[in-house]
Write a protein that binds this ligand. Sequence first.
Ligand code: GLU
Length: 475
Amino acid sequence: MQGKHGGFSASVNAMYDKAVALMDLGPGLAEKIRVCNATYTVRFGVRLRGEIHTFTGYRSVHSEHMEPVKGGIRYAMAVDQDEVEALASLMTYKCALVETPFGGSKGGLRIDPTKWEADELERITRRFAYELIKRDMINPAQNVPAPDMGTGEREMAWIQDQYQRMNTTDINGRACVTGKPLNAGGIAGRIEATGRGVQYALREFFRHPEDIAEAGLSGTLEGKRVVVQGLGNVGFHAASFLEREDGAKICGIIERDGAIWSDAGLAVDEVHMHMREHGGVKGFPGATFDENGAALLEAECDILIPAALESVIHEGNAARIKAPLIIEAANGPITSAANEILQKRGCIIIPDLYANAGGVTVSYFEWVKNLSHIRFGRMQRRAEEARHQLLVDELERLSKARDVPWTLSDDFKRNYLRGAGELELVRSGLDDTMRAAYGAMREVWRQRDDVPDLRTAGFIVAISRIAASYTAKGL
Ligand code: GLU
């Protein structure tokens, strides 16, 4: 079984190789794209609680065919070189597939963030950031981190402030990191972005009857039975949107302490609140609880959404997974060996490099916002409203003048007149991105008989774009 340690990069590379075998890349190029360019390891000490604690951190740069390179920073005890390198490579392919103009990178700090107070985490984060900034491994033009597991807006604000303290004359300093709070140069809709992207990806899948049928499903997202593994930032937003806006039934939720199930569907926001109060899903009213959470991955359902860690679906359980459709909200939740087993059984997998690209897509918008020093929509919004108002006034004047027996409803006017603010523009840009990337991936999948699945198709699209960029550079 491909375990977590030592196997993640191998697993991503096996999927990469499967795609490359169907491509005609020049000699050596496949190897050049596959390898991780550099991984920086730093060990630093921070004096805390009366003694010096040594921490180990990484920043890995997979591909610099476009700069800056992009990817989150993870805080977890399981962080190691293999993991950051695998995650950095996935960032390269992801960015290429959704056309965000970045190379791939990833960082990690081996730490259990729950064991430290906020002020201690701030000191540790600032020190880690200092080590990376002084080597240009955090820099608006070269390397732009973002949140990942165990980090969020708060950590990004510390990193941004640390960069600006060390680069006081860099007018683009705020663009050194994304996923910041709004008041520190962040963008509306970044926190929800990855979950929102999962929702848009599923909506796009369900716009293609042929694809739905291939998964053995029919109809729309309405009423589909969903199992979500991990109710963190990504899983929570994806599940909550699918439940509230698409009518999906979130029947199962798997968390650290176990899993809960309800045939009628769980109210995701309430489960989330319950978790905050009780530290887990156990005891959620109206649901059955199973201590063996992983068993629920194998439950009878329509859509399975692994939204937590890598390698949770592996050789050992893949054959028992019953979901006909899996969407990888996490990075690398299915090992390459499991992927083969599932594919043979006809399971449709919407792959991570596409499915969870919503985060980096909105990070791209945030980076552009920071470089342009203006909020999206600020110049256009009222002008747009004024033009809409002109049309509404004219229609009403005509209806009165001709005594036409209709009026525009207040609801229509309110919705139509409103100019798009930042959040709407971000969602529109994200939706467009997810539709276009699915289209590109699907075209390869459908048009080539030798391409067995969406993942291989996604890799082919991404690798072709990266190869074109290397070739154009003359490398
Ligand atoms: N950590 C997220 C990911 O894995 C976001 C990366 C980013 O926004 O740069 O895609």
